[in-house]
Design a protein around this ligand. Structure first.
Ligand SMILES: Nc1ncnc2c1ncn2[C@@H]1O[C@H](COP(=O)(O)OP(=O)(O)O)[C@@H](O)[C@H]1O
Ligand SMILES: [Mg+2]
Length: 330
């Protein structure tokens, strides 16, 4: 069988680009070259580039996402999505690839756009019966006073940019007098915010993927952080411990797995996603925080750890994601 031509799409326009490049290195090193010809494509603000090696770059033809090499024109069989943040995790590139009829490994355009909005994600998840924190959605164009927010929510609350990633601009607020400053800080990152009641309890994150029609929940990871929450320093500067598989009683493990699979199903996800939960210490139930539709794949990232804990190797895992994309006509 001829090898499939795979575009490994990395970079992106947000601050998460640096992490996307690291993810792409792991993925590139773990793609089975007997099955796939891999082309690394950098989606950067100054253009879209095929990177044949460290020194050169060749512009991508945006009309059909092809590349022209000296002796041939390359059209891809599938796109392996490895961009965290816009435009690869929020539905924009997904819509473009849909228009071109090119299959890709991530969730479709609608699901990517919806899950990039944390408030809409928890709203849909709650519809499926999964627990979520009580929250208020705040827009810059319609300012709301801290008092009005606290009429609807109990302290402590968590303030976060609605579309952000990597925990930038977030705060935990324990005193009413701190809320305005937290809103102002988060508005520096986004035009809409989510104010949520703080859920006290153990924090977990779980990968979920679909292969050959079967939705699989991966081994759960517990996040233990020295910081006040799983913030940027905890995520990327080693100030947290990640334990895979998490030490859990069977009932709690099953409750998290079932909630994760339900969220994957209700949101019609595709590929591998990673869903964050807090098990509320007051009632023992998992509360969903958010869905990451292009989770990190760097050597230190959680999904590669969960793949190993599942007893799989990365080349088989990435091949399964590509196979699933190839069988999905957008
Ligand atoms: N409602 C909440 N209650 C308690 N902790 C929260 C809440 N929302 C977020 N957190 C903490 O903040 C971290 C980041 O929030 P999250 O919604 O996962 O955003 P992101 O990972 O995109 O920055 C979580 O991992 C968790 O530690
Ligand atoms: Mg998160």
């Amino acid at each position: 069988m001829a090898r499939k031509k795979i575009a490994l799409v990395t970079g992106g326009y947000s601050g998460e680009a640096a992490i996307s490049y690291k993810s792409a290195i792991t993925v590139a090193n773990n793609l089975d070259i007997s099955q796939f010809d891999v082309y690394k494509i950098d989606i950067a603000k100054d253009g879209w580039w095929y990177l044949p090696d460290e020194q050169s770059r060749i512009a991508v033809n945006k009309a059909d996402f092809s590349i022209t090499l000296s002796d041939e024109s390359v059209h891809f069989d599938a796109i392996l999505m490895c961009i965290h943040g816009t435009p690869g995790e929020d539905g924009k590139l997904q819509g473009y690839f849909d228009l071109l009829g090119l299959p890709y490994t991530s969730c479709d355009a609608a699901t990517s756009a919806l899950t990039f909005n944390k408030r809409y994600t928890v709203a849909v998840a709650a519809f499926s019966g999964v627990k979520v924190a009580k929250s208020v959605h705040v827009f810059k164009h319609s300012p709301i006073s801290p008092e009005a927010v606290l009429e609807q929510l109990q302290l402590p609350v968590f303030v976060k940019p609605n579309n952000g990633g990597s925990s930038i601009g977030m705060s935990k607020v324990t005193e009413a007098s701190e809320l305005q400053a937290a809103l102002d800080k988060a508005f520096l990152e986004d035009n809409q915010l989510l104010v949520e009641e703080f859920i006290a309890g153990r924090e977990f994150t779980i990968g979920v993927f679909k292969s050959k029609g079967v939705i699989t929940a991966m081994p759960i990871t517990e996040i233990i952080t020295e910081e006040a929450f799983f913030n940027y320093e905890a995520k990327y500067q080693g100030k947290s411990q990640e334990i895979t598989p998490a030490q859990l009683d069977d009932a709690t493990r099953l409750a998290i797995e079932n909630a994760a699979k339900k969220v994957y199903e209700v949101l019609n996800c595709r590929g591998v996603v990673r869903i964050d939960f807090i098990v509320n210490s007051s009632n023992g139930l998992p509360y969903m925080l958010e869905v990451n539709t292009v989770p990190g794949q760097s050597a230190a990232s959680i999904i590669p750890q969960q793949v190993k804990a599942m007893g799989w190797n990365l080349p088989d895992f990435y091949a399964a994601l590509i196979e699933e994309a190839l069988t999905t006509i957008a």
